[in-house]
Design a protein around this ligand. Structure first.
Ligand code: AR6
Length: 167
């Protein structure tokens, strides 16, 4: 599996599935969630309404509608308090659940945003460690996903992930 760190807007990525950093309602919000719903069109919200929300650390899949990606995998990252509220385990679980769903739906190229590091205030360098370790761990036992791209929206996020992938 190739792990690629790129800078840009995840709604523009043509791949099998993009991941959405959603909230428990799955009914939209700001940040990457808002951008994905705007780009996918109203059909996405319609499908999300049938899903009954999503627990923190879990993930659910929908179609991509007007997005260049075939599917959207909606996951709910933890809100960061102080690192003592199970945040790392919940974030790890997000990446694991998304990768498992991607495998089940035969996705060979998937794109993640930096889950929880915006409105949910997870420190970027700590979140990046969890993200990369979890993806690398998954890649050891699973060979179906060929490319995992982490799409960073700003320079600081991009540089933080880049630094870790080079280590
Ligand atoms: N493409 C890629 N990354 C993006 C984009 C984009 N178009 N837009 C923002 N980001 P956030 P969270 C980055 O706040 O912290 C929503 O309201 C952003 O710069 O989107 O998991 C949900 O409904 C940051 O690096 O997600 C929830 O209520 C990263 O995506 C809540 O925010 C995550 O920031 C989830 O908070």
């Amino acid at each position: 599996m190739e792990i690629k760190i790129t800078k840009g807007d995840i709604t523009k990525i043509k791949c099998d599935a993009i991941v959405n950093a959603a909230n428990n309602s799955l009914l939209g919000g700001g940040g990457v969630d808002g951008a994905i719903h705007r780009a996918a069109g109203p059909e996405l919200l319609k499908e999300c309404r049938t899903l009954g929300g999503c627990a923190t650390g879990d993930a659910k899949i929908t179609k991509g509608y007007q997005l260049p990606a075939k599917y959207v995998i909606h996951t709910v990252g933890p809100v960061y308090y102080d690192g003592e509220h199970n945040e790392a385990n919940l974030l790890k679980s997000c990446y694991q659940r998304c990768l498992t769903l991607a495998s089940q739906y035969h996705c060979s190229h998937i794109a993640f945003p930096s889950i929880s590091t915006g409105a949910y205030r997870y420190p970027t360098s700590e979140a990046a460690k969890v993200a990369i370790e979890t993806i690398q761990e998954y890649a050891k036992d699973n060979h179906d996903i060929q490319c995992v791209e982490i799409v960073c929206f700003d320079d600081y996020t991009y540089q933080t992930y880049q630094k870790l992938i080079k280590e």
